[in-house]
Design a binder for this molecule. Structure first.
Ligand code: CAP
Ligand code: MG
Length: 430
């Protein structure tokens, strides 16, 4: 009498139905477990299976079973019937295809790489409120990257000092000032004080420059407080909030997407903590899946890496993440991306940040092109002539890239860039 039925979830000749959800996994079976059985266990545990055969099984179960339809080396593709997924419930999606399966003893390693969503599933979500075009229109920025900086060090300034640095950043020509991921509301810099000081400085900078100036002010907290903070920002004329989406949680981001949309607020998604599960190439969840989920839920932009800065992510990976966020139809890349037609889901901006300075700007723009939010933080506040000069130097580097001119050439007529190159050259932080 068989005690398990994992192989019932494997059919390598199966042709997935158009309205099924497809998942791509990297997997390594444990000792003594065949690849077919290991893949069958993934499909079973993430759909209608369990560890033992059962006394009785309603017919409906068979229709709801996931099916392993392709195994190529250590890569398995699994098709999931649409009825397994609650419409519009992103957390339930994660519990299914990114839940128990990571802890199965039958696997040494498992990594969820990508998911292909059928149109019927996409229709359960609203996606980004603005899209890249909407953001550009709102900010009156066309034909160039959007630029911003974080006051550095990460935390420790009081609200007035923080806003002063913001003013210098805006006067240097940058569009945005971003809170750091761990700055929320502390005794030395209360959220309300920061909003008031930042509003004062924004109004002054907008008056003096004639440009739209904005900020990604971090509202991360439990959801009711995030709603209160979003309302405060909207009341003070801001057009963005920032949320650390991984630590806030998928359901909180879903709630805030609609709440912010009603207030006309875009969401800047910081991805702090992602590397706890995206970094290990053999186990965890890919950044492709995280950016895809966040575009589906509807953030306006999310960090995707620099390839040349201080945090992980190869050039190829970074460029593919940008495609997942910006393109209408994402092409398949073997073992990395499943093709995805986003239908009516609007686009979102990739955000490149982390260890950047003017000398690295062309490398980043070579990867991303101009549809990007470029954040250079330490790389402007560390400029020999200070924040404003650092922002000017960064924008001179963006100009050089646009003009297809080397930075050394540009520096001959751009003193702020010359000083930045003197200090950092083309150094790539580790
Ligand atoms: C960058 C940053 C961002 C990282 C996040 C920091 O500051 O503010 O949080 O970019 O990484 O705290 O390090 P610097 P990622 O520009 O001074 O490094 O963008 O990869 O999610
Ligand atoms: Mg930061």
């Amino acid at each position: 009498m068989a005690i398990d039925w994992y192989m019932d979830f494997v059919d390598l000749g199966y042709e997935p139905a158009r309205d099924e959800l497809h998942a791509l996994f990297y997997f390594e079976p444990a000792e003594g477990i065949s690849k077919e059985e290991a893949a069958g266990r993934i499909a079973s545990e993430s759909s209608t299976g369990t560890w033992t055969t059962l006394y009785s099984l309603p017919k409906r179960m068979k229709d709801l079973q996931a099916t392993v339809y392709d195994i190529e080396g250590n890569y398995a593709r699994i098709a999931y019937p649409l009825d397994l997924w609650e419409k519009g419930n992103a957390a339930q999606l994660e519990s299914g295809i990114a839940g128990n399966i990571f802890g199965m003893k039958a696997l040494r390693n498992l990594r969820l790489i990508d998911v292909g969503f059928p149109t019927e599933y996409l229709n359960g979500f609203k996606g980004p409120h603005f899209g890249m075009e909407g953001i550009r229109k709102m900010m009156r920025i066309h034909g160039r990257p959007l630029t911003g900086a974080v006051p550095k060090p990460k935390v420790g300034f009081d609200a007035r000092e923080h806003a002063k640095i913001a003013y210098e950043t805006w006067m240097g020509g940058f569009d945005f000032v971003k809170d750091d991921e761990n700055l929320t509301s502390m005794p030395f810099n209360r959220f309300g004080d920061r909003v008031n000081e930042m509003t004062r400085m924004r109004d002054r900078a907008e008056q003096e420059t004639g440009d739209v100036k904005s900020a990604f002010i971090n509202i991360t907290a439990e959801t009711a407080t995030m709603q209160e903070r979003a309302r405060m920002l909207a009341d003070h004329g801001w057009n963005y909030v920032m949320i650390d989406v991984v630590v806030a949680g998928t359901s909180a981001v879903q709630t805030m997407r609609d709440y912010c949309s009603d207030l006309g607020l875009a969401i800047h998604a910081h991805r702090a903590m992602h590397a706890a599960f995206t970094r290990n190439r053999k186990h965890g969840i890919s950044m492709q899946f995280l950016v895809k989920l966040m575009r589906l839920i509807g953030v306006s932009q999310i960090h995707t890496g620099t390839a040349v800065g201080k945090l992980t992510g190869s050039k190829r990976e970074v460029a593919l993440l940008a495609n997942v966020l910006r393109d209408q139809k994402v092409k398949a890349v073997p073992h990395i991306l499943i093709d995805q037609d986003w239908g009516s889901i609007r686009s979102a901006f990739p955000v490149s940040s982390g260890g950047l300075h003017p000398g690295l700007v062309p490398d980043v723009l070579d990867i991303y092109g101009k549809d990007l939010v470029l954040l250079v933080s330490g790389g402007i506040h560390g400029h020999p002539k200070g924040t404003r000069a650092g922002a000017i130097a960064t924008l001179q580097a963006v100009e050089a890239w646009n003009e297809k001119m080397s930075l050394d050439e540009k520096a001959k007529s751009s003193p702020e860039l010359a000083l930045a190159l003197e200090k950092w050259g083309y150094y790539r932080p580790k």
